[in-house]
Design a protein. Structure first.
Length: 447
């Protein structure tokens, strides 16, 4: 159910209301096991293009999902109507589906009651933010671009959600979560500049800073020169690092690892990237988007996935974890990649200390070419520049690359501290900007 008015659904589903709904489901269910999940979300998005607001929408959607199991047969039904009659009908539909379904050999009963971390998942200023606040931030970005005679396009969004999981085992989890995002693309002729941010607090989106960065890149990209393809030293900004790293995270799947189809198969406990790199999950860190529990009701945990370059964890589903005797399943909801030893304070200092390199703002359309060694292809975008003698000297035409992060992240010459990076695949990460000794650009694009 989506709506633009709050009159028929005046407030978010509270902890007490979810407990009531969960108890109602359990009483009505005839299954061996029952699981109920809640997501009640109220949010809005302001979109702009060509320096004009083109959309400012506010939506509300609540959904209750019920899973009923008889032995290893399970069925799931959803509803957006939280009245008692609709809930009863949803439980009945889930039971009917379960009886008709084949047995799932990997089915496990819902987890028992758990203890959870309490990460800072909700911020009052984001809850209070509405269309007016989003318009204010969008107009701030538009105004900066207008002053430079540049075209701005992007979004400002904010949302508040209540999320819950309960089961016939006695499991109960409930959490409020806020989310705010900003993305901006600035157009200067054929050149573009880009900036993005995400935070639990809408007041921490750094609109001005991200806008100035995007404007600067667009203006610098106005006259680009073409360089031949080949292997170049590169400086990867955090978004570019995260784009490659996100593909590496998918390879952590334990089932693929054991089947031998993962590029990491056989490498648990062995070095796979530069020995200075450590990847950790930090759900309590305020500038990440950690949560208290998974959709199955498992607790999120602080964990190390790679330590001093060595692979130390795999990503397990519950069945595979049980088969392998893994009692605490590591989570990766708030990833932070950091480098040990001397790091440079910021990207500007990294550029200053570089004799010659290609500076990459971001990658896009990243696809796997060879899954056995994780060779990827994709293109640079939103600002690709030539750095010489510690300064950006010109924009260059975008490249297509063919490279494996397992090889690239073993060629690190220097790095900064972890910084915000936003990707469409993994959301938000904290990763350093890096200078790599070489990177394979296989061809030049037409733009």
């Amino acid at each position: 159910m989506s709506m633009t008015s709050h009159k028929t659904w005046p407030k978010m589903t509270s902890r007490e209301e979810f407990r009531f709904l969960a108890e109602l489901v359990m009483k009505r269910s005839t299954g061996d096991h029952t699981l109920v999940s809640l997501e009640d979300r109220h949010g809005g998005t302001t979109r702009f293009a060509n320096n004009q607001i083109i959309q400012n929408v506010d939506t509300r959607r609540g959904s209750l999902s019920v899973m009923v199991a008889f032995g290893k047969r399970q069925g799931t039904a959803d509803t957006t109507d939280f009245t008692a009659g609709s809930v009863q009908e949803t439980v009945t539909r889930a039971a009917q589906l379960a009886r008709l379904s084949p047995e799932d050999p990997e089915y496990l009963a819902p987890v028992e009651p758990q203890s959870y971390l309490t990460p800072p998942t909700a911020r009052a200023e984001t809850v209070a933010a509405g269309p007016a606040r989003r318009l204010e931030y969008a107009n701030e970005a538009i105004g900066q671009c207008r002053m430079e005679n540049l075209a701005a396009a992007g979004i400002v969004s904010s949302s508040m959600a209540t999320v819950g999981v309960a089961a016939s085992t006695g499991l109960f989890a409930y959490e409020e979560r806020t989310d705010a995002r900003f993305s901006l693309t600035v157009q200067a002729g054929e050149a573009t500049g880009w900036g993005a941010s995400a935070h639990r607090s809408i007041d921490h989106l750094k609109i001005h800073e991200r806008t100035i960065t995007a404007i600067t890149k667009a203006k610098r990209g106005g006259e680009s020169r073409e360089l031949p393809p080949g292997r170049y030293p590169v400086i990867l900004e955090p978004a570019a690092v995260a784009g490659l790293w996100s593909q590496l995270l998918w390879a952590l799947d334990a089932k693929s690892y054991e089947k031998g189809t993962s590029a990491l198969s056989g490498k648990l406990g062995q070095p796979i990237v530069d020995s200075r790199l450590t990847l950790r999950n930090l759900p309590l860190r305020e500038d990440l988007l950690g949560v208290g529990f998974t959709p199955e009701g498992l607790p999120t945990v602080e964990s190390s996935w790679m330590t001093e370059g060595a692979l130390t964890q795999l990503s397990y589903d519950r069945f595979t974890a049980k088969e392998r005797g893994v009692t605490t399943i590591p989570t990766l909801d708030a990833p932070c990649l950091s480098g040990a030893g001397a790091s440079l304070p910021n990207l500007q200092e990294l550029i200053k200390q570089t004799e010659r390199a290609i500076l990459v703002t971001n990658f896009w359309y990243i696809r796997t070419v060879n899954p056995t060694d994780l060779t990827l292809t994709g293109m640079t975008r939103d600002g690709t520049f030539l750095v010489e003698n510690g300064a950006i000297v010109s924009a260059v035409k975008n490249f297509r690359f063919h490279e494996s992060p397992l090889q690239a992240f073993n060629r690190i010459e220097a790095f900064t501290g972890p910084a915000e990076a936003i990707t469409s695949e993994t959301g938000k990460l904290l990763v350093p900007a890096m200078r790599l000794r070489e990177f394979n650009f296989s061809s030049v694009t037409k733009f």
